[in-house]
Structure formats: structure tokens, C-alpha cells
Design a protein around this ligand. Structure first.
Ligand code: F0G
Length: 459
């Protein structure tokens, strides 16, 4: 089979991995990254930071900033630039990187107005090499996969993890297995997986079904799992929070608003903010709030129906296919972050998502539908008084607008059907936002007539 090594043992350097429930440290990692004692999730910890050997926060800020002017391969990555906060590789030069991270922080003036806040910013994680935030985690986890001598990596995905994994596997000369739902996956994402050369399997099930199948595969074949239960993924994803703080000159925003699917990303961001406080890099943390689509709202229901005591899995359905997830793996980590930062969880309708996505587009930024839940959710958080108009808010936009062009085109043509709203009502609601393409005769007159009509309308 040509498999060099099949165990997941990790050379522990600056970090340990331990269970989030029983706290047991693990020397070797199970193939499914679950605690071998109690089956819960595991996370990376840095024991030296508690043993009086924590890095100096002033020195950290200085070296991180300095690296922005360096052309060393590791420093060009907006993830590895923050390597003091990451698990250490045996050989830093072996990191598999596509110069991920370094994503822009944009002002969204029109969205601020519509949400009812004075200032609104968005960290656009869709500006990563494969168009989503997954790259920041993938570079770290796949580097550990190669360090542990795996030849095959795999993930179940709604499309972005698979696109990212396929790209990084190709860069690292590794083989990748993508397990995705048949249908309900955006074309941009599927095409990436093919282009980067992954073995792409579309299963006749949803994301949660794909996870079940993949869990069996990893028990039967030596293959490294790259879903977000892999704690090294979350370590990489942490860096976007550090980079955000750096972009804000270490001024902590009042609120950070994140979409929630499998619930790894908000857990990673929360871990980063809490760690930066622990290290004295900042003296506060933002409230991290998670927004879910109404049709894929297990965390929302877990909090509101079970007070966070047990997960309420749902049969997920939303046009924001990236977050079409009913049984999220990282729900406990996510709840811990909500609690530790004082954030909340909100849900939004499909119509609210579509309107918010067009508003983000109208600010010249754009994003995929799953990212737009953040703006839709923020509007509700302002209305409920949880976010005050004078507070600073950062939305995390997780995916690029070109990931799912079909959604955008249907919206603007008036062909998007949203659940629980009559098509006619939805078209009326979005009439002012929609910009359908016009098919005209090939004459200047025809185009000028359209231009003049538009001008008259605007005036
Ligand atoms: N936004 C986008 C664009 C995503 O692709 C995902 C997750 C999320 C938000 C939710 O993040 O799972 O960390 O809570 N996509 C995964 C995938 C599940 O397979 O690409 P999360």
C-alpha cells in the first residue's frame, strides 16, 4: 500500500494535547482525535506558559510585527508568522504553506448603517489562498500529518475544508481523500477539489452522514483526519484572531461575530483571544457571538432548549451550504468560548441571510452565503440591545464571494427560493438590491437607454 507509518504518535515539543473533559494528556493521538479515556475532544495546551516560562508579550508583538517585512518563507505566512503561539514542528522548514493568512480588515460603512452601529469592520478570511478561512488551520494540521509520515489525508466537508485540504496536500506531495455530500455543495468548491487532484467521493448523504462514513474509514485505513476535530487545525485558525488584534494595534474590539457550522472556528478564535489575554498581549477579550442559519441551528437550540447541557442535533437544511450541519463536533468547545467571553448565539432566516449577503456585496466586499449570517445576526443583536450602537464590532467573513456564484446569480435574477417565504414576497423584499443582468441588442443605443433609465431611477 506504500504507507510509511500508520500511528498518530506525536513528538511533544512546546505543547501537550489533552482532553477537554477529563483533562488527561495524551502521548499518542487516536486516529479520530478523540480522548482514548472518555471519547471527548482534545485540545493543544502550552504547559510552559503556566510554568513561568511564558514568552514576553512586548517581545512577541515586536517580533510578529517585524516578520511582516521579512521574505523568509515561514514569515510570509500569516499563520507561521505567529509561531510562538503554535505547536512546534520538529523542523520549521518542513511547514507546508501557501502564504495563507495576511487577510484584510475592511470597513463596511453601508452595512454598519443597516445594522445600526457606528462602525463595522470585517476580517475577510475568504481572501486566503483557496478562498476560505480553512487554509489557516490546514497549513498547520497538514504539516503535522507529513511530520508523522502519513501519505494520505482525508476530510468530510461541505466544500471549503476539502478545497483547502486538496490544495495543501498537493503542495506537500501527499494524497487526499475528499468525502462530500452529493449535491448541496457549491460548484466553486467542488471544482477546486478536482483541480488540486484529490480523490473526490460524493456520497448520497449529507455532511453528518459523510462524517460517519469517514470515521469508519480512518479506523480501517492509515489515513490522517483533517476535520476540525483535529486540534492542530484549530491552532492554525487561532492566528486570524491574533492577526486581527495586530491590525487593530492591540485594541480589543467589543464584539466578534462568527458563523457557526461544525463550530471549530469560533472555538479556535476564542482560544486565541483567551490565550493572548493569558500571555498579557492584551488585557481583555471580545464577546464572541455565533450565528447559525435557522435551518441548521443545533447550537442555538442546545443553548435555548437545554441550557447547554446536551447537544440538540437537527436535520440540517439551509441554502448556506457551508454550514448545513446538524450534529456539530465542537459544540462543547464552542459553548466554553461563549461562556468565557460573554458572547451569545443567534439564528437567522434564509431571507435575512440573502439580504445581508447582498448588503456586504454592495459595500464592495462580497462573501459566500454562510459568511453573511454574521451581518444578519448582528442586526438582531443590535435590536435586542446585546450590541450597543457605539460598540466596536468585527464580523468574520469566512468564504469568498466566488465560492458560490450560483446563489448570487439566482438572487439577482429573482430565482432564489427561500424556505418559509413566498417567492413573490421575497422578490418584493429584495427588489431594490437585485441587479439582474440585461440581455440587449448589440447597439450603443440599447446600452445607453439602459444607462439613462438607471440614472433616472437613482436620481
Ligand atoms: N463559513 C464557511 C464559509 C465554512 O465553510 C464553514 C465550515 C463555516 C463558516 C463554519 O465554520 O464549521 O468552524 O463552525 N465549513 C466546513 C467545511 C464544515 O467542510 O468546509 P465551523
Amino acid at each position: 500500500m506504500g504507507i510509511a507509518q500508520s500511528d498518530h504518535s506525536t513528538v511533544v515539543r512546546n505543547h501537550v494535547v489533552r482532553c477537554i473533559s477529563c483533562g488527561e494528556p495524551s502521548a499518542a493521538l487516536a486516529a479520530d482525535f478523540r480522548c482514548v479515556h472518555c471519547g471527548d475532544l482534545i485540545e493543544v495546551d502550552f504547559p510552559k506558559w503556566s510554568a513561568g516560562l511564558a514568552p514576553d508579550p512586548v517581545a512577541l508583538k515586536s517580533v510578529w510585527r517585524e516578520r511582516r517585512t521579512s521574505n523568509q518563507a515561514l514569515d510570509l505566512s500569516g499563520v507561521w508568522r505567529f509561531r510562538e503561539a503554535l505547536p512546534e514542528l520538529d523542523d520549521w522548514a518542513s511547514a507546508i504553506t501557501l502564504q495563507e493568512g495576511n487577510t484584510p480588515l475592511y470597513d463596511l460603512p453601508r452595512c454598519a448603517h443597516s445594522a445600526g452601529v457606528q462602525r463595522l469592520q470585517a476580517k475577510h478570511q475568504g481572501m486566503n489562498p483557496t478562498g476560505s478561512f480553512k487554509d489557516t488551520g490546514m497549513t498547520v494540521a497538514i504539516s503535522f500529518a507529513r511530520q508523522n509520515k502519513f501519505q494520505w489525508v482525508a476530510c468530510a466537508s461541505t466544500g471549503n475544508t476539502s478545497a483547502s485540504m486538496a490544495a495543501y496536500a498537493a503542495r506537500g506531495r501527499m494524497r487526499s481523500l475528499v468525502v462530500i455530500p452529493d449535491g448541496k455543495i457549491a460548484w466553486g468548491k467542488l471544482s477546486q477539489s478536482l483541480d488540486y487532484g484529490a480523490l473526490t467521493c460524493q456520497l448520497r448523504t449529507d455532511f453528518d452522514g459523510c462524517v460517519r462514513v469517514l470515521n469508519e474509514i480512518i479506523r480501517r485505513y492509515p489515513i490522517y483526519l483533517l476535520n476540525s476535530v483535529n486540534p492542530y487545525r484549530l491552532e492554525g485558525q487561532k492566528t486570524s484572531a491574533i492577526e486581527l488584534l495586530e491590525q487593530l494595534d492591540w485594541q480589543v474590539p467589543d464584539h466578534v461575530v462568527v458563523p457557526g457550522g461544525n463550530l471549530g472556528n469560533n472555538s479556535a478564535l476564542g482560544k486565541a483571544f483567551l490565550e493572548m489575554k493569558r500571555l498579557g498581549v492584551v488585557d481583555a477579550v471580545p464577546k464572541i457571538s455565533v450565528i447559525q442559519a435557522e435551518g441548521a441551528n443545533p447550537l442555538y437550540r442546545t443553548v435555548h432548549e437545554k441550557h447547554g447541557q446536551e447537544l440538540v442535533p437537527v436535520e440540517a437544511d439551509t441554502l448556506a451550504t457551508a454550514i448545513r450541519i446538524g450534529n456539530p463536533a465542537s459544540w462543547k468547545k464552542s459553548l466554553r468560548v461563549l461562556e468565557a467571553t460573554g458572547g451569545c448565539v443567534e439564528q437567522v432566516t434564509e431571507a435575512e441571510i440573502a439580504v445581508a449577503k447582498a448588503e456586504i456585496g454592495a459595500d464592495g466586499v462580497g462573501c459566500e452565503p454562510a459568511s453573511a449570517v454574521t451581518l444578519a445576526g448582528l442586526k438582531k443583536l443590535v435590536k435586542s440591545g446585546f450590541v450597543r450602537p457605539t460598540e466596536s464590532v468585527v464580523l468574520i467573513l469566512t468564504g469568498h464571494v466566488l465560492k458560490d456564484p450560483e446563489y448570487t446569480i439566482k438572487f439577482h435574477r429573482g430565482d432564489l427560493s427561500v424556505p418559509r417565504m413566498a417567492d413573490e414576497d421575497f422578490r418584493t423584499l429584495t427588489a431594490k438590491q437585485r441587479r439582474a443582468p440585461m440581455v440587449l441588442d448589440a447597439s450603443a443605443d440599447a446600452v445607453l437607454r439602459a444607462l439613462e433609465a438607471e440614472d433616472k431611477q437613482d436620481g
